[in-house]
Every structure is written in structure tokens, then in C-alpha cells.
Write a protein that binds this ligand. Structure first.
Ligand code: CP
Ligand code: NVA
Length: 316
């Protein structure tokens, strides 16, 4: 049996394929129980801090409901209403929160803040999105793909657009670890870094996944999943005009869905989406779109992370 108790969840780089598989199975189990009206007690009496420097609907609600379903007590802390990185160092805030809370979720700008919180608080820290990574999103995507196709290894996902952002980065790491081939298809300026691709090539050697980075839309050929994200991420508002210009050719539309050559291709997106920009309304609303399935799976996967790293599993 897998034991992840006390672990942080900062990036999927820190998790083995077997551990990711375990989290996906736990999430499926928790989902099935919840559908039958059964919740748990594994987080009973655990106080959970939810720090948000950036806005959130899905992540905030998933951590809140996920904690409550298992008997935990979430407390929302808006980044600008606590002394986070102003008046006091992150390290000091971490040491205070670690004495009051049993687990900490962090959403913000700097990945380093999440890392320092983890190092200095002494309690599990979960990354709810930083400028660099969005690892809980990738788990929800993998869960949704597994529900849809029944397996992961051997599937191909094509990610369109900003291949450097948090969602693309975590999608690449997590998918490749699980044997899902990834094609990043977007403007050259927004390709993932060479270092990241090289690191992921090492995971690919183990899993058999194939990584491709291209600006050619034929990169979607054979894809089982077309995935995209906003052209302008939180904090990048100044780059709007330039981003729109270079991202436009990578919009997910009906034509691009057909270009995969597969009738079974699904579409997904982390949400929130800007319809008419990175995806057309038509694809977003189509049968192939699994965006709300993935949004729901944020709850089950995030709950699984908390239960696995903080919960009393005998109670689960
Ligand atoms: N996908 C996602 O993280 O959504 P929120 O920003 O609403 O949490
Ligand atoms: N890349 C997006 C994801 C939002 C969930 C952002 O960082 O704004």
C-alpha cells in the first residue's frame, strides 16, 4: 500500500508514476463514494489554510468542499489580507501557519513562495497554481481522460497555444510520466523551455511517451485530446495585444478537431475559458467537450491529495 503521509504536492516532478496512479485511483474511489452520498472522516479536526494571492473558483471550491467532505476545517486567507511577503518574510509566515494549521494550500505568483512555505511550515503544502506549475489541474485532466478512454498509456494529447504557462508545464510533466504522448502546438515564442523538455524526455524514456513541440497545426494528427488554456494568464494582462496576435492560429475550432483524423477526440480546458478566443463556442459546447467533467474532477483529485498526504487513511 502506498504511503504519501506528510508529503508536499508542489510539482508532479516529485511524484512517481505509481504515486500518480495511486492518487487517481483514490480520487475515483472518493468520487464513487460521494455519488452514493458517502463522505469520510479522514481529515476530521484538521485545520487547512487556503492562501490565495490570485482569484479562483474551481481550486478554492475544490479545496473547501474536499476538506469539508472529509471532516476538515478550511480557512480562506486572501493573500492581500495577510502579511505574506510584506511586513514579514514568507518563512516567518510559514512558521506561524505551521503551528496553527495541519495543511496549507497556496495559490500565487512565485513558485518559490510555495517551496518556502513547504520548507518552513513543517506541514504538507499543496500547490493550487503558481506562475510555474498547476499540478492539481493535471491530475484532474488525467482522471477525466482515464474515465473517457479507460486507460492512459498510449493516448496522445495535443496542447494548443501558450506552451510555457503553468497549465502546459504541468500537463507535459504529468502526462509524459503516465505514458501519455504530448504535442505542444503553439507559437515558437511560447514553446516550453529546452530544460523542461529535456527533463520530460527522461520520464518519456521510462514511460514510452513521445514528446513533440511544433508550430505546425498538423501536430494535432492522431490526438485523442485537444487541450488549451487562456492566451493571457493571471498577471500577464499587459501582454494582451501581442499574445492575441501570435495565438490566434492555434484556436481550437471544429476544423482543428477534425484535423486529428479521429472521431473520438475529446476537448478539454482547465477553465475559465474565453470563448471565441482559444476555443470556439461550438467546440466548447459540443459532445466532445469534457470541460465540466474535468472541473468536477478537480474536487475528487484535490480531495485525494489532501486525504493521501494528511488524512488518517483508516478513517477514509
Ligand atoms: N482551473 C482553475 O484552476 O480554475 P480556478 O482559477 O477557478 O481555480
Ligand atoms: N494559465 C491560467 C490558468 C488558470 C486556471 C492562469 O494562470 O491564469
Amino acid at each position: 500500500k502506498m504511503n504519501l503521509k506528510g508529503r508536499n504536492f508542489l510539482t508532479l516532478k516529485d511524484y512517481t508514476p505509481a504515486e500518480i496512479d495511486y492518487l487517481l485511483n483514490l480520487a475515483a474511489d472518493l468520487k464513487e463514494k460521494k455519488k452514493r452520498g458517502i463522505t469520510g472522516n479522514s481529515l476530521k479536526g484538521k485545520n487547512i489554510a487556503l492562501i490565495f494571492e490570485k482569484p479562483s473558483t474551481r481550486t478554492r471550491c475544490a479545496f473547501t468542499v474536499g476538506a469539508q467532505d472529509e471532516g476538515g476545517i478550511p480557512t480562506y486567507l486572501a493573500g492581500d489580507e495577510i502579511q505574506l511577503g510584506h511586513k514579514e518574510s514568507i518563512e516567518d509566515t510559514a512558521r506561524v501557519l505551521g503551528r496553527m494549521f495541519d495543511g496549507i494550500e497556496f495559490r500565487g505568483f512565485e513558485q518559490e513562495y510555495a517551496d518556502i512555505l513547504a520548507e518552513s511550515s513543517g506541514v504538507p503544502v499543496w500547490n493550487g497554481l503558481t506562475d510555474t506549475y498547476h499540478p492539481t489541474q493535471c491530475l484532474a485532466m488525467l482522471m477525466t481522460m482515464r474515465e473517457e478512454f479507460g486507460y492512459l498509456k498510449g493516448l496522445k494529447v495535443a496542447y494548443l497555444g501558450d506552451g510555457r504557462n503553468n497549465v502546459a508545464t504541468s500537463l507535459l510533466i504529468g502526462s509524459v510520466k503516465m505514458g501519455v504522448s504530448v504535442t505542444i502546438c503553439g507559437p515558437k515564442q511560447l514553446w516550453p523551455s529546452k530544460e523542461l523538455v529535456e527533463e520530460c524526455q527522461e520520464y518519456a524514456k521510462e514511460s514510452g511517451a513521445v514528446i513533440e513541440v511544433t508550430s505546425d497545426l498538423d501536430g494535432v494528427k492522431g490526438a485523442d485530446v485537444l487541450y488549451t488554456d487562456v492566451w493571457i494568464s493571471m498577471g500577464e494582462e499587459k501582454k494582451e495585444q501581442e499574445r492575441e496576435r501570435i495565438s490566434k492560429p492555434y484556436q481550437v475550432n471544429k476544423e482543428l478537431m477534425e484535423r486529428t483524423g479521429k472521431s473520438t477526440t475529446i476537448f478539454s480546458h482547465c477553465l475559465p475559458a474565453v470563448k471565441g478566443k482559444e476555443v470556439t463556442e461550438e467546440v466548447f459546447e459540443s459532445e466532445a467537450s469534457k470541460v465540466f467533467e474535468e472541473a468536477e474532477n478537480r474536487l475528487h483529485t484535490i480531495k485525494a491529495i489532501m486525504v493521501a498526504t494528511l488524512g488518517d487513511m483508516e478513517e477514509a
